[in-house]
Design a protein around this ligand. Structure first.
Ligand SMILES: Cc1cc2nc3c(=O)[nH]c(=O)nc-3n(C[C@H](O)[C@H](O)[C@H](O)COP(=O)(O)OP(=O)(O)OC[C@H]3O[C@@H](n4cnc5c(N)ncnc54)[C@H](O)[C@@H]3O)c2cc1C
Length: 398
């Protein structure tokens, strides 16, 4: 059954000795298929680690069909009792800041992230508080009176309290993918705009990638970071494991006299236990964003039309009118359909193909992968360089 939302088991930090990756000598040729958040950052960090890297994408970095191709994505550390993702996000945050400074481009907006809590206890946030303390990135508990005092446009009548993570915020998504690709090329990587044709077996890929431009591309290792298209490339291994769902996000216009008040709001996540709405009020000046984390219908990432479901829109509009003062009759400015590439348990997937250890698979972002891009890329590069055990959270055999 498709997961409705991600529920993360506590991180057992299991480094299963059967689940490892073979090391690859520096200077070897690596082909990466997919220039989204996962493939792009992996390409950059493998290049920086001393490999000869080629990045291949059919429609380009941050294209509108990809999961990474929206305007913005939330960045937050909170993962319930799972410390692995918390730590990964802390590292990602450092790397986002480091790279944006290096490129002179603002990609991370430190707006903070507010979690709307309906109950006294909310394990998804509460269980992360010790991790926040460990990193000296404490969250702030806000009573409903404090929320209303600080953010006059938020309605709190059905809330118990909120937690504010002042270290999170949002990222520019499409623009980041393009910035990563530009940096990759500027630092000496090669980018090819082509489709990698699906083959029958992993060994067929290892002997050369057949490209839509008619060439066969040879390399010593192939990393497939193709998001929702992974099952198309590895049907027998992945079609039951990576499922693609249709997700929607809407950008609403805020009233002109309240624009500043909305712009100053943190990104928000609503723990209603049903739709799991989230949003980015500033949203890089594109309008007040609301997204629906509840899994949508099955979606074809290539042929699926990016047309929203009017019922989902009506419900989302009702919600923002309820939660935010003066948004009840806001006009819809833009809408997005984006695919989630769901793994069975919401964890990312990384490892070598069981039939060929020179073919690696990276994916399963499951609606929360974007922010981790740089830390995941760094982790992938370190594992390929040293040949180490992979955390079993990422196991392909789950
Ligand atoms: C609506 C929505 C909201 C989200 N919100 C958040 C959020 O707030 N925070 C967060 O951290 N994450 C969020 N996510 C999740 C995050 O965006 C994804 O996990 C992440 O972007 C996945 O990146 P990827 O590189 O694996 O896949 P993609 O971005 O889909 O990239 C795959 C790439 O592979 C290319 N490709 C595929 N097949 C081939 C082929 N055969 N040959 C050549 N190229 C190929 C495609 O063109 C594409 O560019 C959200 C996702 C969606 C859809």
């Amino acid at each position: 059954m498709k997961p409705n939302i991600n529920t993360f088991a506590p991180d057992a930090r299991s480094n299963d000795s059967h689940y490892k990756i073979a090391s690859l000598p520096k200077g070897s040729r690596i082909a990466i298929v997919g220039a989204g958040a996962f493939g792009g950052w992996s390409a950059l960090y493998l290049l920086r680690a001393g490999y000869k890297v080629t990045l291949i994408d059919t429609w380009g970095a941050g294209n509108s069909r990809s999961s990474s191709g929206d305007e913005t994505r939330v960045i937050r550390s909170t993962y319930g009792s799972n410390g692995f993702y918390f730590d990964l996000n802390v590292r990602a945050l450092e790397l986002w800041k480091e790279n944006q400074q290096r490129w002179g481009k603002k990609l991370f907006y430190n707006s903070g992230v507010i979690w709307f809590c309906y109950q006294e206890k909310n394990p998804i946030v509460d269980d992360s508080i010790p991790f926040a303390a460990k990193h000296k990135m404490d969250y702030e508990y806000l009573t409903t009176a404090e929320i209303e005092k600080r953010y006059s446009v938020i309605q709190t009548n059905d809330l118990h309290h909120a937690w504010l993570d002042p270290f999170g915020g949002y990222l520019k998504a499409r623009e980041s993918c393009q910035a990563v690709k530009e940096a990759f090329v500027a630092e000496g990587g090669m980018f090819i705009n082509a489709f990698v044709k699906p083959q029958h077996s992993a060994s067929d890929y290892a002997s050369g990638l057949l490209l839509s431009n008619g060439t066969i591309f040879q390399s010593d290792l192939q990393l497939f970071a193709c998001g929702s298209w992974l099952p198309e490339l590895f049907p027998s291994l992945l079609s039951a494991k990576i499922t693609c769902s249709k997700q929607e996000a809407y950008y609403f216009g805020v009233p002109k006299e309240k624009a500043a008040a909305f712009d100053q709001l943190p990104a928000w996540i609503d723990l209603d236990g049903n739709d799991f709405y989230y949003g980015i009020p500033g949203n890089a000046a594109r309008g007040f964003k609301i997204g629906v984390d509840k899994r949508g219908e099955a979606f074809d990432p290539t042929q699926g039309e990016h047309i929203i479901n009017p019922t989902v829109l009506t419900e989302a509009r009702k919600f923002i009118g309820h939660r935010f003062r003066s948004l009840g009759s806001s006009p819809l400015l833009e809408n997005r359909v984006c695919p989630y590439e769901n793994s069975p348990d919401g964890n990312f997937v990384f490892g070598s193909h069981p039939e060929n250890d020179r073919v690696l698979i990276l994916g399963g972002g499951s609606g929360h992968g974007f922010k981790h891009g740089p830390a995941l890329g760094e982790m992938v590069a370190n594992l390929i360089a040293t040949g180490g055990n992979i955390n079993s959270l990422f196991s392909l055999s789950k």
